[in-house]
Ligand binder design. Structure first.
Ligand SMILES: Nc1nc2c(c(=O)[nH]1)N[C@H]1C(S)=C(S)[C@@H](COP(=O)(O)O)O[C@H]1N2
Ligand SMILES: [Mo]
Length: 347
């Protein structure tokens, strides 16, 4: 693993992408953030042993081997993956979970097969409403709960990929070798790694990782009554300058990214005076569905002093990134403008 990664825990492995590595539109596999509930398998499974089971509300349960997947039409998509807890540590009020700053995110070009094509091999029954994915990573903790997450069938049959390649290489072991689900534009929790079973169900899967974790709920609220985390939120981040940097006066390039999950980014505005005035940033780099957009803004500054830089994204439906995030106990979906402000000093 790249030694610039910011490790939050080793077992399970949870580590952030270094902020400098976010400047590249494609996040290299070696620095792509790691988020795990269980233990990463010790070594890559033998592809002759691995099977993908499709069962539940299907006409004919099937067991697919890897060679069969490779023969199916290959689908390629860029997709930005973000952990729902990303930016949690930037919330003013304490929330619970890994203390991500802004590096619980990365963008990659993934290839594999559309989940729809795989499900059609088994034949989807009319009463199927949800698709539950199971990973074969070894659970940690006494309860030994397997990582199982379900998504609505509509998402499964439209824009969900089963990926076996990441940025042109076989899926790395720690990112789910040999196959992972990717619900495009949804947070990482819906993108199960080390996939070996997909079960179609009439109802959403019930279990720890559906009912107690990955729900948006308040202090005294029962997690089960909170909304399940799904789509990525409209958000922007700044990765240059970095927090508390001391800079010379002159032309300073402010760099960042903006993303909106399944939606498109329309514009990004920048403020260098803590929100009093705003200036539109220029987009740079590729523009792909489900992928972040990089932007830059040249800031001309003469006077020394303390400055707070903010970025605010607007999506193609005219929705604006909220100035402040809505707090919830597990700190999910922190997309606040203020929480992502960068304080710098001009010497
Ligand atoms: N099998 C399995 N899949 C999983 C997880 C896990 O713990 N086990 N963690 C999920 C979460 S919460 C996130 S954010 C993403 C992280 O993917 P990455 O480690 O490839 O960046 O994987 C998801 N898929
Ligand atoms: Mo996550």
């Amino acid at each position: 693993m790249d030694d610039r990664m910011r490790i939050m825990s080793k077992k399970p492995l949870n580590a952030e992408t270094p902020i400098d590595s976010l400047k590249s539109w494609i996040t290299a596999n070696s620095v792509f953030f790691d988020r795990n509930q269980g233990e990463i398998p010790e070594k890559e499974i033998d592809l002759r042993e691995w099977k993908l089971n499709i069962d539940g509300e299907v006409q004919n349960p099937v067991e697919l081997d890897f060679a069969t997947l490779l023969k199916m039409p290959k689908a390629i998509a860029a997709n930005t993956l973000e952990c729902s807890g990303n930016s949690r540590s930037l919330l003013k009020e304490k929330s619970y979970g890994n203390p991500w700053t802004i590096g619980g995110i990365g963008n990659a070009v993934w290839s594999g097969v559309w989940l729809k094509d795989v499900l059609e091999l088994a034949g989807v029954k009319d009463n199927a409403q949800h698709a539950a994915f199971s990973g074969f990573d070894k659970p940690l903790g006494k309860a030994q709960i397997q990582f199982i997450r379900s998504i609505p069938l509509e998402k499964a049959m439209s824009t969900t990929l089963l990926a076996y390649e990441m940025n042109g290489d076989p899926l790395p072991l720690k990112h789910g070798f040999p196959l992972r689900g990717l619900a495009l534009g949804w947070t990482g929790a819906s993108c199960v790694k080390w996939l070996n079973r997909i079960t179609l169900m009439e109802k959403q899967h019930e279990g720890f990782f559906m009912d107690n974790v990955y729900r948006v709920f308040d202090k005294d609220q029962d997690p089960k009554t909170g909304n399940v985390v799904k789509e990525m939120q409209l958000k922007s981040i700044i990765f240059q300058p970095q927090i508390e940097e001391r800079l010379e006066p002159g032309e300073i390039t402010v760099l960042g990214a903006a993303y909106a999950g399944e939606k498109d980014i329309y514009k990004v505005d920048i403020s260098v005076d803590n929100g009093s005035t705003w200036h539109q940033a220029d987009f740079i780099g590729p523009h792909e569905p489900y992928a972040w957009r990089h932007w830059q803004f040249i800031w001309s500054v003469k006077k020394s002093g303390e400055y707070t830089i903010l970025s605010r994204a607007t999506d193609s439906q005219g929705e604006q990134q909220p100035m402040q995030a809505t707090w919830n106990k597990l700190g999910y979906g922190n997309n606040g403008v203020v929480e992502h402000g960068i304080a710098v000093t001009i010497k």
